[in-house]
Design a protein around this ligand. Structure first.
Ligand SMILES: C[S@@+](CC[C@H](N)C(=O)[O-])C[C@H]1O[C@@H](n2cnc3c(N)ncnc32)[C@H](O)[C@@H]1O
Length: 305
């Protein structure tokens, strides 16, 4: 592919950022060749510039989707970084179950945002299966979302190669929650039925009708500009009850997102909880709007349903 000028690189990268938040600079210009040259052929255009120009047109949806698939990094594995899952198992989950029972509810709502090919949601499902012996009596939902349809297609199958499984899943969990499959292993239905998959761009306004007890949003905001990252996590704040938990990637931190996030640690895992003024029991967090926090398009949120 011919050499691109710095302006052309900026033109392409600005559009990628507009599409999915991924911020790239000149030092990553090699990605244009590496990831877009096959799309140039596929969509029969002359250059990546023309590809982006076509993507911007009203009929450009297939190119937009292909650009997202090409530019997202979907690296993930079971029990990635381990410590957040320890904190989930030994702190977040027992406390959430306790709070839920005190509210005379049986609903547990968890969100794996940027779930990629599903290993994170499955790991959460396995931890829940370990910790909730009377699981049939609970109404549990792990919502696994990602911008990438390709990632979600794989996630929905719940089938992983031997190498993907051996990369992070403890052998006792393989025995308990996986069955062998011609392609490697398949996650058992007991875990898969806890998970609901949905395509969602984290840049779009959230329209969830309820809050989440626990949110995992890991290893995606590292690709975003600082202000996009701050806006993302602050839009998540009303989605969490005061007793909610937010897990981010181990190399990510919310120190620049404002005092409304309180960092906590357990089992060497860090998580965040809302640090908001105490509200009367029946008032929802959506009623409290931290300064400049909530996009005006944000739908009203009630407690979990
Ligand atoms: C590196 S993976 C992280 C997966 C998993 N959370 C983990 O920590 O192992 C990043 C994921 O973020 C997704 N992603 C990137 N931009 C996104 C956006 N704007 N909205 C939703 N998902 C996005 C990618 O498709 C990819 O699957």
């Amino acid at each position: 592919m011919s050499q691109l000028t710095s302006q052309s690189v900026t033109f392409i990268f600005d559009y990628i950022e507009e599409l999915c938040g991924i911020a790239l600079d000149d030092s990553k210009s090699y990605l244009i060749d590496a990831r877009l040259s096959s799309l140039v052929k596929q969509f029969q255009v002359k250059s990546p510039i023309e590809l982006v120009e076509k993507a911007r047109t009203p009929l450009g949806d297939p190119i937009r989707r292909a650009l997202i698939e090409a530019m997202t990094t979907r690296e993930t594995f079971f029990f990635r970084d381990k410590s957040p899952f320890d904190a989930l198992q030994f702190k977040a989950l027992p406390e959430t179950l306790d709070v839920t029972l005190k509210q005379k509810s049986n609903k547990l709502r968890i969100w794996s945002a940027a779930a990629s090919t599903g290993q994170e949601a499955c790991s959460i499902g396995m931890v829940i299966s370990e910790m909730v012996p009377d699981i049939q009596r609970w109404d549990i939902q792990i919502l696994a979302t990602d911008i990438s349809e390709d990632a979600l297609t794989k996630a929905r199958r719940g089938i992983y190669t031997k190498m993907e499984v051996e990369r992070g899943l403890p052998p006792q969990f393989v025995r308990k929650y996986m069955s062998s499959h011609p392609e490697g292993y398949k996650v058992n239905d007991s875990v898969m039925r806890l998970i609901r998959f949905q395509q969602l761009n984290l840049l779009d306004p959230f329209r969830f009708p309820h809050q989440f007890d626990i949110i995992f949003c890991r290893n995606v905001a590292i690709y975003f500009e600082k202000n996009v990252k701050i806006d993302l996590f602050r839009r998540m704040l009303p989605l969490l009850p005061q007793t909610g938990y937010l897990f981010v990637g181990v190399s990510e931190s919310l120190f620049d997102c404002g005092p409304e996030f309180k960092a906590q640690a357990h089992c060497k895992g860090t998580y965040y909880q809302p640090n908001l003024p105490k509200l009367p029991a029946k008032q929802t967090i959506a009623a409290y709007t931290p300064a400049q926090a909530i996009a005006p398009t944000q739908a009203p949120i009630t407690q979990k349903q």
